[in-house]
Design a protein around this ligand. Structure first.
Ligand SMILES: Nc1ncnc2c1ncn2[C@@H]1O[C@H](COP(=O)(O)OP(=O)(O)OP(=O)(O)O)[C@@H](O)[C@H]1O
Length: 391
């Protein structure tokens, strides 16, 4: 077990009583504002102390109220980028990074300062005092310092929300590669699944200081009403395609996707043989038990139902058609068709319901996408707050 936490803390009127265990994988700590995410990260990092309980990392006790053990923050093998971090550092960026590097045991050093200065684009602000930097710049310095500690666990508190959209899109894939390369797990706190899902699809959902749900997004999404709880408004299928032919007379383009042929809106600007991606809304897919002759709908993809996922008043049907498709239908349609897992269905998709992703502007809001590999992801763009159910 990487991290084992069972802590209690009363903070003003807020009661936190969190119990969670995390193995080697990175985990997203998801919860609305005030759920206790920052408090929990501070307890793990050691900037706050629980009133009771224990915290251990790789079997090493960081805190144990019964045994009277409190390991100070500096000694914890944790790199934490907390919201208020670095705000009071009078040293320059260069000095603080050098000092952190030299404090880390030689044999444990994973990163060199120059590498991180380059990666996080800190070159232009090296001689500036940290406390005079902008919020986003300070978070980048805090991230560099955390990595220079060569930690066993990285705690990030909405770090990418502060850093800014353009930079985040650039930094996230690099950070993900870096973490994978060094096997460094992250506990990433955020109000947005879209943001977390860029790093990991393992979630711990926190509400009122307690763990409400945990598991993979895919498993959590199968629980009743959770997609809506996660703030998801639209479910889309994103499919990779290879353009095969343009039929000017029929007014359509033909493409292969995961072994199936799709009939798409005519786009001769995509060269035959070129690869691109299309998007199909889950609620633009109708289902039929049999192939239908004499219908204007051009695409009828045969597949097998893998899962039926309740989603508020609708039902998400996950279908394996070679790749995975998500179709959204009403529970009434499902029961009148008598659909169940394992059944064969045809996915009916109108040509003009298919959108070339390259032609879409920024995604307007957070939405689940099925990447055709059997997993759900949330689109990173248009991050919006969670919509919480009424209690
Ligand atoms: N210094 C403090 N003294 C008293 N109560 C506090 C203090 N800091 C936070 N709280 C309370 O603890 C609760 C949890 O706050 P916390 O910052 O951990 O939530 P959060 O999930 O990180 O929220 P956000 O996403 O908005 O950062 C809130 O109700 C807040 O009012």
């Amino acid at each position: 077990m990487l991290l084992d936490v069972n802590v209690k803390l009363r903070r003003g009127h807020f009661d936190l009583a969190t119990q969670m265990s995390i193995d080697d994988a990175s985990v997203g700590l998801l919860g609305k504002s005030g759920a206790g995410k920052s408090t929990l990260l501070s307890l793990i990092a050691g900037t706050l102390q629980p009133q009771s309980g224990h915290i251990s990392l790789n079997g090493k006790i960081l805190f144990d109220s019964k045994k009277g053990i409190v390991m100070p923050r500096e000694q914890r093998p944790i790199g934490a980028v907390l919201q208020t971090d670095c705000a009071d550092i009078a040293e320059t960026v260069r000095d603080t990074l050098q000092a952190t590097y030299f404090r880390t045991l030689k044999q444990r050093r994973l990163f060199k300062p120059d590498y991180l200065i380059n990666l996080l684009e800190l070159g232009g602000i090296l001689d500036n005092p940290v406390q005079l930097l902008s919020g986003g710049e300070r978070q980048r310095v805090a991230l560099a310092r955390s990595l220079l500690k060569s930690p066993k666990l990285l705690l990030l508190d909405e770090t990418f929300a502060t850093i800014g959209d353009a930079y985040r899109m650039q930094l996230l894939p690099i950070l993900k590669r870096l973490l994978d390369e060094f096997g460094l797990p992250v506990l990433y706190a955020s109000q947005s699944v879209g943001e977390i899902i860029e790093l990991t699809d393992q979630l711990v959902v926190l509400e009122h200081g307690q763990v409400m749900r945990s598991g993979s997004l895919r498993d959590i999404a199968k629980q009743h009403g959770v997609l809506r709880y996660l703030g998801v408004r639209q479910i889309d299928n994103i499919l990779p395609i290879t353009i095969r032919h343009h039929d000017f007379q029929a007014g359509c383009s033909l493409a292969d996707s995961a072994g199936a042929t799709l009939i798409l809106p005519l786009r001769p600007n995509f060269a035959v043989g070129s690869q691109t991606q299309i998007s199909i809304r889950a609620n633009d897919i109708a289902l039929s038990r049999a192939y239908i002759d004499g219908i204007s709908i051009q695409n009828q993809l045969k597949g097998r139902i893998c899962a039926l996922i309740p989603n508020g008043e609708s039902l998400i049907v996950q279908i394996d058609c070679g790749g995975t498709l998500l179709a959204e239908i009403t529970p009434g349609a499902c029961s009148s068709m008598g659909l169940g897992e394992g059944d064969i269905v045809y996915c009916l998709i109108k040509t003009h319901a298919i959108v070339y992703l390259a032609e879409l502007d920024d995604l307007p809001y957070q939405r689940v996408i099925s990447h055709g590999d059997g997993y759900f992801y949330l689109s990173p763009a248009g991050v919006e707050p969670l919509t919480l159910p009424a209690h």
